[in-house]
Each structure stands twice: as C-alpha cells, then as structure tokens.
Design a protein around this ligand. Structure first.
Ligand code: CU
Length: 111
C-alpha cells in the first residue's frame, strides 16, 4: 500500500499549502492544527501504561500519519489522558508525530 500512503502524504501537503495561503498566517503548531481539523479515529485499547505514558491501540486508518489500520504503541501528550482508559475499551483518538514519535493528542471513550 505504498502508493496510497504516498498519495495521502501528497494530499496532506497540498491541503496544508492551500490552508496556509488562504489564511496568510504562519503555519500553526501541529498540535492545535490537527485537533481542530482532523476527525477522530476509532481504536481498541490493547495496553495501557500509566507510568510511562504509553498506550497500545489497534487503530483504523490514520491519514495524517499516512498509516493504514494496525496495532501499535503511542506516547500520549498528557498522562492524564490515560485515566479511566481500560484494555479492551473502544476509544476515539487523534495522533501525530511529536519529536519523531507517534503521540496521541486527543483521546476519549467511544460507544
Ligand atoms: Cu499505526
């Protein structure tokens, strides 16, 4: 699925360019940009490590990271996000690369 990942990356770049031109503002920090513009992705919690601030998710497509559905570990932006999150639970989340690591920036229970 290399081709579709590349396509996603190109679309993302194009969208960012259009947005930057349209608003004539400096590009906003990734965290706030993705929070407001990216839809939340459904995932199932496989593991939670409160101490290290880690969560393992079986997630759906993450277009902004160019990722297909998979199970993988994420850092979390804030360990408090893991409070009340249990293994086996369905969640909705958004993630982005922070310092080269896939990091959950938004996380909430799904039904
Ligand atoms: Cu992944």
């Amino acid at each position: 699925m290399k081709a579709s990942r590349l396509l996603c990356a190109l679309i993302l770049v194009a969208a960012t360019c259009v947005q930057a031109q349209g608003t004539a503002k400096p590009v906003a920090p990734a965290a706030s940009a993705s929070k407001s513009t990216m839809p939340l992705v459904v995932a199932e919690v496989k593991k939670v490590d409160m101490e290290k601030g880690l969560i393992v998710l079986n997630h759906g497509d993450l277009p902004n990271l160019g990722m297909p559905a998979m199970t993988m570990g994420f850092d979390v932006a804030d360990k408090k996000m893991l409070q009340g999150i249990k293994v086996g639970q369905k969640v909705k989340f958004q993630a982005e690369m922070v310092g080269g690591k896939a990091t959950v920036t938004e996380l909430k229970p799904a039904r």
